[in-house]
Each structure stands twice: as structure tokens, then as C-alpha cells.
Design a binder for this molecule. Structure first.
Ligand code: PBG
Length: 331
């Protein structure tokens, strides 16, 4: 008789909500979220992004309102991406280091309104500023050159730091850019400006809606495979992370998110440093498309996915679902 009952019943701990709460290994809080926001020109402007249902570009005043909303929701950091007007895009992306570009105006306005109540993360790469949509400078053959691009990215990063950015996030995948940016920040009087490197950034098919949002999608010819990583590689991601840490990165990012949980886990296990995931635009759009198609409940789908990032070892997640998730978590 006794032998016909299991010794251990894992279901026992799952029987009640209080017990599930007690046994929960992973906790998601609003403090785990970074909210990416798209900046556009004008005043009082909200432009919905068709391929990102529920996400809009906002003019600087709207960005300030979103930043205040983030503070109220307990979201500690926003990430800014500009939709540069077409006439300000050029082959060399020089608008990236204009002190009065959209990004800098948004940084200053948020800083004025929110002080140090919110962190401001800024993306370093030339794609929102170039007329060709690539992240760096091109040679005659159309190849994105490394070292000359790094020199320009340094100017871009310094420009953002001067405007008041807290976290510089190079997403360009050039070699050696973290060291160059760190040196420039130190020498430029910004020792406390952090670097979160997009260390393992893959040449992914999931960035399409983002490129619509910043207006680079229609301009881009070819792909970014000569600098972004092959989705087949994980050992190489560890090398990217190792170099970026040695070059002075404070934290590292894996991007996209959910299809790369193994990479997040391996980075966390190997280096024990703060790891962030970017749940990218295509991932967001797939959830929204799924909800529209009746696949499941939006809130449940969103929370399950965000919790998975924490379980895999993330310190935090960049996600367009940040305000929804924070609202749910705040009850
Ligand atoms: C810029 C950049 C991209 C994303 C973040 N920074 C696009 C790209 O590399 O083409 C994608 C983010 C998203 O899809 O949500 N280099």
C-alpha cells in the first residue's frame, strides 16, 4: 500500500496562492524595467508607430510626460531613440554629435523636469542619423569601417554625456568602442557616466518595427551582418562580453531577448556581472499580434515573458511593455 504513493509531491507547494508566493524563486518588480521611448520633432506631437501597436513617437514635451509617468510607476530608467528629420540625415551621421539634436533636447528636458529621479540611457550608433541606415561610416564598397566609426561614436557619446545622459549604451558592435568611449568620458569629466554595452547583439530579423520607429528602415540597404553577431553563435557572445568588460563596461546587454535566454544565462554564470536583455521591437509586436489573433491574454503573456528574463539571470529588461508591466505589478 505505502509503495503506491509518491514520497515527494511537488504539487503540494503549488496548491495555494500563498504557498506559490512563498516558493517563488524569481520576482519581477517595476525596478527591473527600462522603458525605450522614441523622440520626434515638434511640440504636442504623438505619432503612433504602425508596426508597434500601442507605441508612439513623442515630441520632447511628450517624452517629459512619459518620464514623469515612469517615475510615478517606479520604473528607474528610460532609453531614448530619436527619429531624426530626413533633412538632418547624412552619409556621415554628423547630426549625432550636434548639441541641439533631438536626443540632447530630450535629455535636457527630462533632466530639468525629473532631476535625478530617473536614469536616462542613450543609444550610441549612427543609424538614426545616417542617410544609408547603417550604424557606422561606409567605405567606397559600402563596408562599415571600424576605427573611423569608433572615433565618431566617441563624439556622439560625449555629446550625450554633456547633455546629461546617465548611461551610454553603444549598440553599434564596432570593435574597441567601449574602451574609446570610456577613455573619452574619463578625460571629458564624466567619470560617473556608466556604459551599458550592447555586448552580444545579434543580426536579428526582429528589429524591423524599431527601424520603422526611428525612420531608418526604408533607407537601409543590405543588412548588418558584417558587425552584428550570427544568431548561431554563443561562444562568440562570451568573447564580446569579456572584451567589453575589460574595456570598461559597467553592465552588458544581450539582444534580442527571449530567443537568447541561453546566452543571458551563460554570460551571468561566467562573469557574474549585471546583464540586461532587450526585448526588441519584433518580440513586442509578436505578442501584440498574438493577442489580436486570440492567442492569449496580453497581461499573462507579457508577465510570463518578462519573468523568464529574470529567471535566466537578468538584472533588468528593456521592454516596450514597461508601463503595462509596472502598472500590473503595482496592482
Ligand atoms: C541601433 C539599434 C537597433 C535597435 C536598438 N538600437 C536597430 C538595429 O540595430 O538595427 C533595435 C531595438 C528594437 O528592435 O527594439 N543600432
Amino acid at each position: 500500500m505505502t509503495g503506491s504513493y509518491p514520497n515527494t509531491r511537488l504539487r503540494r507547494s503549488r496548491a495555494h496562492s500563498w504557498s506559490r508566493a512563498l516558493h517563488r524563486e524569481t520576482v519581477l518588480t517595476p525596478a527591473d524595467l527600462i522603458w525605450p521611448l522614441f523622440v520626434t520633432s515638434g511640440e504636442g506631437v504623438e505619432e503612433p508607430v504602425a508596426s508597434l501597436p500601442g507605441v508612439s513617437r513623442w515630441s520632447v514635451d511628450g517624452i517629459v510626460a512619459r518620464a514623469r509617468e515612469a517615475v510615478d510607476l517606479g520604473i528607474p530608467c528610460i532609453a531614448l531613440f530619436p527619429n531624426t528629420p530626413p533633412d538632418k540625415r547624412s552619409t556621415d551621421g554628423a547630426e549625432a554629435f550636434s548639441p541641439d539634436n533631438l536626443m540632447c533636447r530630450a535629455i535636457r528636458a527630462v533632466r530639468d523636469a525629473c532631476g535625478s529621479e530617473i536614469g536616462i540611457l542613450t543609444d550610441v550608433a549612427l543609424d538614426p542619423y545616417t542617410s544609408h541606415g547603417q550604424d557606422g561610416l561606409l567605405d567606397d564598397a559600402g563596408y562599415v569601417v571600424n576605427d573611423d566609426t569608433v572615433a565618431v561614436l566617441v563624439d556622439q557619446a560625449l555629446n550625450q554625456a554633456e547633455a546629461g545622459a546617465d548611461i551610454i549604451a553603444p549598440s553599434d558592435m564596432m570593435d574597441g568602442r567601449v574602451r574609446a568611449i570610456r577613455m573619452a568620458l574619463e578625460m571629458g569629466g564624466h567619470p560617473n557616466v556608466q556604459i551599458m554595452s550592447y555586448a552580444a547583439k545579434y543580426a536579428s530579423a526582429f528589429y524591423g518595427p524599431f527601424r520603422d520607429a526611428v525612420g531608418s528602415g526604408g533607407l537601409l540597404k543590405g543588412d548588418k551582418k558584417s558587425y552584428q553577431m550570427d544568431p548561431a553563435n554563443a561562444e562568440e557572445a562570451l568573447r564580446e562580453v569579456e572584451f567589453d568588460l575589460a574595456e570598461g563596461a559597467d553592465s552588458v546587454m544581450v539582444k534580442p531577448g527571449l530567443s537568447y535566454l541561453d546566452v543571458i544565462w551563460r554570460v551571468k554564470e561566467r562573469f557574474g556581472v549585471p546583464v540586461f536583455a532587450y526585448q526588441v521591437s519584433g518580440e513586442y509586436a509578436l505578442i501584440e499580434a498574438g493577442v489580436a489573433a486570440g492567442v492569449g491574454d496580453r497581461e499573462a503573456l507579457v508577465m510570463e515573458k518578462l519573468t523568464a528574463f529574470k529567471r535566466a539571470g537578468c538584472s533588468g529588461i528593456l521592454t516596450y511593455h514597461a508601463p503595462l508591466a509596472a502598472r500590473l505589478l503595482n496592482g
